[in-house]
Ligand binder design. Structure first.
Ligand SMILES: *Cc1c(COP(=O)(O)O)cnc(C)c1O
Length: 383
């Protein structure tokens, strides 16, 4: 097919009308098994852990939008990560970014204790710490950009070059940016990971994950592991993620419009120590964000000067932002990392990383941006 642009691909790539009926959306094939005309003669499907027609359409679409060869869907983002880690031999070394989703950190620590994997956490906002870390052998370099919750960026192309010089595989968790704004494989990553629970699903109604591999060889290995480990999603969940993917391009523009309105209110206030949003000219990596991303997205964090008591007053006054974990849905959510999503990170590490008691993470939804701006202004007046 002709080379299509992202918003067209998200709706059409890998998603022809159903061959049997012409249905424009892939049917939800709720069948665990598939009839064989004689032993081992199939129509391409055997058993739904190994492969399911609804899942196959989602997986093809994910590969297309992330510019990879092989797409694989999982029952959660951490299910995808668990399967990926099954490919890391015991005794190997992972170099990971030092600002990571809490559950990712927890799983890395488990593999460290259980399987003798070494995990070193390094600052990837600058090239030097990574280059120093890669002086010793490493199997995998693992990162998020922007990071959660501090919205720091890593230069994906530079990280991939350094990692490949050291013969390490590069894995990028692209959950925050989504393929609408950033395609790590185009910048040299070997694997992209998603929690499709977030922006790809987009409506806070499904838990899911994905891996996309750049080349067929690693893709085949991960496909084998997907079946062997079995952390697969239901056909209905695949349908929901595919439905979310259709509107991802439009939603990301609306998320960004909301985030810009909210960031402007926060950045003007004297009650705010810092707003971490890559779309603000004041963000230390704004230039990299402009170069590397096709937009700045809907996530930000804000550090309130008054610490925890200011946070409590601010949250109590909000009417639209809902205090909840998760992100990326149409509705605006707000999270207090120190007490909620990042509570499992030891306090000393947390503070060293900048996750203060005054820090709030905002997932700006697609409500009217003016209503969201008024909501945070209301919160600030109460502080
Ligand atoms: C939520 C999240 C995950 C984990 O995904 P689940 O679907 O909750 O298992 C991984 N990475 C990031 C950046 C996330 O936000």
């Amino acid at each position: 097919m002709r080379r299509l642009r992202f918003r067209t691909k998200a709706i059409h790539a890998g998603q022809p009308p159903d061959a049997a009926t012409g249905a424009v959306n892939v049917p939800v094939y709720l069948s665990s098994t598939f009839a064989q005309s004689s032993p081992n003669r199939t129509k391409g499907y055997v058993y739904s852990r190994s492969g399911n027609p609804t899942r196959a359409v989602l997986e093809r679409a994910l590969a297309e939008v992330e510019e990879g060869r092989t797409g694989l869907a999982f029952g959660s983002g951490l299910g995808a990560l668990t399967t990926l880690l099954e490919n890391v031999p015991s005794g190997s070394r992972i170099v990971a970014i030092d600002d990571l989703y809490g559950g990712t950190w927890r799983l890395f620590e488990h593999h460290r204790r259980q399987f003798g994997i070494t995990v070193d956490y390094v600052d990837m906002t600058r090239p030097e710490p990574l280059e120093a870390a890669l002086a010793r052998p490493a199997t995998m370099v693992y990162l998020e950009s922007p990071t959660n919750p501090l919205m720091r960026l890593a230069d994906l192309a530079a990280v991939a070059r350094a990692a490949h010089r050291a013969r390490a595989t590069v894995v990028v968790d692209n959950t925050f940016a989504t393929p609408a704004l950033q395609r790590p494989i185009e910048r040299g990553a070997d694997v992209v990971l998603h929690s499709t629970t977030k922006y790809l699903g987009g409506h806070s109604d499904v838990i899911g994950g994905a891996l996309v591999a750049k080349d067929a060889e690693l893709g085949a290995r991960l496909l084998w592991l997907q079946n062997a480990v079995g952390a697969v999603p239901s056909p209905f969940d695949c349908f929901l993620v595919l439905r979310g993917l259709h509107t991802l391009g439009a939603r990301m523009r609306a998320h960004e419009e909301s985030a810009r309105a909210v960031a402007e209110v926060l950045a003007r206030s004297r009650k705010v120590r810092a707003v971490h949003y890559p779309g603000l000219a004041s963000h230390p990596q704004h230039a990299l964000a402009r170069r590397q991303m096709d937009g700045y997205g809907g996530m930000m964090s804000v550090d309130l000067t008054g610490g925890l008591s200011a946070v409590r007053r601010f949250l109590a006054r909000l009417e639209i932002f809902t205090l909840a974990e998760s992100l990326g849905g149409v509705e605006s959510l707000i999270d207090h990392p120190a007490l909620m999503t990042h509570a499992s990170v030891p306090k000393a590490d947390r503070v060293a990383r900048g996750i203060t008691d005054g820090l709030l993470r905002l997932s700006c939804g697609i409500e009217d941006p003016a209503d969201l701006a008024e909501d945070v202004a209301r919160g600030l007046r109460a502080v």
